[in-house]
Design a protein around this ligand. Structure first.
Ligand SMILES: *Cc1c(COP(=O)(O)O)cnc(C)c1O
Length: 428
C-alpha cells in the first residue's frame, strides 16, 4: 500500500500541531508507524489521501453507526445550513432534540446540550456535587470520561496507552477527591461506601466499558452501584457517551434495566458533529443555571446544524431499528475473529455487546483494568498493521472497542475475517 501523500501530510501537520494530530488516540502511538490521513468516507469505507480504501471499524470512534454520508443525514445538514450556522439564541431543533432524548433514554427528564463528551461528564459531575453538597467522587480504573481534570486518574484509553495515568498540568487539588476503584468489584465498592458513604457526591462509570477495550459489567455490579447510591443519597451517573444508542436504542441502561440518576451522552447523538448532552432527574437538573445556582454554559451549545445531524441520525435509528441486524453482524464478526485466533493458536478473549467488540490478546477474561493491563500489546501492534495493510481499519490500540455500522455488509465482514485469518497465522 502506498502512503506517500499521507506521509507528506503528517510531516506538514507535525510542524504546526502537537504530534500532527488533534487527539492522541489517532496518533498510532500504541502500535507504532504513522497515521494515514483520511480524505473522505462513504458508507462503511474510508479513503486516504493516496486513494487506498479501508473497511472502517472505528466509525469516528463511534458516531457513524449509520455509515459515512447517510443521504438523509446529509440532507438534514444541508437544510439546516441553508438557514444559518449558529444564532446564540434558542432554536426549535434543540427542543426537538431534548424531547427526543427524554423519550428514548429512561433516566432523562431534563437534558442540556453541550459540544463534546468531555463537557457532558464534567458538567454532570459539577451538577451532582452542587445537588448533594459533597465533593468526593468515585470512578473506576480503565473507564475514560474525557479529559476532565478530576477524572484523569488512572484513566483508560489515551492516558492508559501513553502510560501517564495522571497527566502533568493537573493540580493535586483537582484529583484529591477522586476515588479510583476496580471495575466489577462489588466488595471494594461496598467497603468504600462504608467508609465515605455520606461524603460521596457521585459514582461515574461506563455501563459497558469501551475505553479499556470492551468490558462487560456483571449485572450484580451495576445493581450494587444503583443500590449503594440510593442508600447513601449519591448520584449515579452513567457515562453513555459511547454506549448511548450504540448497544441499544435506549442505551445500556435499558439493556441492563438499571436506571441511573444522570446520564452523559455524546458521539452518536451528534451524527458526526461535535455534540454532547447531560441530563437526568428533574430535581437534580433544577440545580442547573439559569433555573438553579450551578453554572454551566456554551456559546455553540444546541447548534442548529449539529442538532440537525444528530436528530436525523436518531430518527433513523428509531425508524429503521438496525439493532437486530447489528446484533447478527456482531455475532458473525465475533465468531469469525474467535475462530481465526483459535486456528492460529493465539491466546485471546472476545468481548462483545451488540456492534461494539474487542479481540483481546489475553489468557484471562477481561473483567477490569488489572486484567486488561496484561494484554499482549506488542502482538496487537502487529495485528493492527497486518490488518491495515489489507485494507481493514481497526482502532489503533488494544484498549479501544471496534464498531460495526449499519452500512457494513456480510461481504465486508467476510473480507475482514479472511484478513484476520492470514494476519493472526503470521503473528502466532
Ligand atoms: C469518547 C468518550 C468521552 C469523551 O468524549 P469527547 O467527545 O471525546 O470529549 C467520554 N466518555 C466516554 C465513555 C467516551 O467514550
Amino acid at each position: 500500500m502506498n502512503h506517500t501523500l499521507s506521509h507528506q501530510q503528517i510531516e506538514r501537520a507535525r510542524k504546526v500541531i502537537p504530534g500532527g494530530v488533534n487527539s492522541p488516540a489517532r496518533a498510532f502511538g500504541a502500535v507504532g508507524g504513522e497515521p494515514v490521513v483520511i480524505d473522505r468516507g462513504q458508507g462503511a469505507y474510508l479513503y486516504d489521501l493516496d486513494g487506498n480504501q479501508y473497511i472502517d471499524y472505528i466509525g469516528s470512534w463511534g458516531p457513524q453507526i449509520l455509515g459515512h454520508r447517510h443521504p438523509q443525514v446529509m440532507q438534514a445538514i444541508s437544510d439546516a445550513l441553508a438557514k444559518g450556522t449558529s444564532f446564540g439564541a434558542p432554536c426549535a431543533a434543540e427542543t426537538e432534540m431534548a424531547e427526543f432524548l427524554c423519550e428514548a433514554v429512561p433516566s432523562l427528564e431534563k437534558v442540556r446540550m453541550v459540544n463534546s463528551g468531555t463537557e457532558a461528564t464534567m458538567s454532570a459531575i459539577r451538577v451532582a456535587r452542587g445537588f448533594t453538597g459533597r465533593d468526593r467522587i468515585i470512578k473506576f480504573s480503565g473507564c475514560y470520561h474525557g479529559h476532565v481534570d478530576s477524572l484523569l486518574v488512572q484513566a483508560g484509553s489515551g492516558a492508559l496507552t501513553l502510560g501517564t495515568p495522571s497527566s502533568p498540568g493537573i493540580p493535586k487539588g483537582c484529583t484529591q477527591d477522586t476515588l479510583s476503584l476496580e471495575y466489577n468489584d462489588c466488595q471494594q465498592l461496598e467497603e468504600t461506601f462504608e467508609k465515605f458513604g455520606s461524603e460521596i457526591a457521585c459514582i461515574i462509570l461506563e455501563p459497558v466499558v469501551g475505553n479499556m477495550g470492551t468490558v462487560i459489567p456483571d449485572k450484580e455490579f451495576l445493581q450494587t452501584c444503583r443500590d449503594l447510591c440510593t442508600k447513601h443519597g449519591t448520584v449515579l451517573i452513567f457515562d453513555e457517551v459511547m454506549t448511548g444508542f450504540r448497544v441499544a436504542f435506549g442505551c445500556a441502561q435499558s439493556l441492563f434495566g438499571i436506571t441511573p440518576d444522570m446520564t452523559a451522552l455524546g458521539k452518536i447523538i451528534g451524527g458526526g458533529m461535535p455534540v454532547g448532552a447531560y441530563g437526568g432527574r428533574a430535581d437534580i437538573m433544577a440545580k442547573v443555571s439559569p433555573d438553579g445556582p450551578v453554572y454551566q454554559a456554551g456559546t455553540l451549545s444546541g447548534n442548529p446544524v449539529a442538532m440537525a445531524a444528530g436528530l436525523s441520525t436518531l430518527k433513523l435509528l428509531r425508524d429503521v431499528n438496525p439493532y437486530p441486524h447489528l446484533e447478527l453482524m456482531g455475532e458473525k464478526l465475533a465468531a469469525g475473529l474467535t475462530a481465526a485466533a483459535q486456528a492460529a493458536g493465539i491466546p485471546h478473549q472476545l468481548a462483545r455487546v451488540g456492534s461494539m467488540l474487542t479481540l483481546f490478546f489475553n489468557q484471562q477474561e477481561v473483567k477490569n483494568y488489572s486484567i486488561s493491563s496484561q494484554n499482549d500489546t506488542s502482538r496487537f501492534a502487529k495485528y493492527f498493521h497486518g490488518m491495515l495493510n489489507r485494507g481493514i481499519y481497526l482502532p489503533c490500540s488494544q484498549y479501544e472497542a471496534m464498531f460495526i455500522s449499519n452500512a457494513h455488509t456480510e461481504e465486508d465482514l467476510d473480507k475482514t475475517i479472511q484478513a484476520a485469518q492470514e494476519v493472526l497465522k503470521e503473528i502466532a
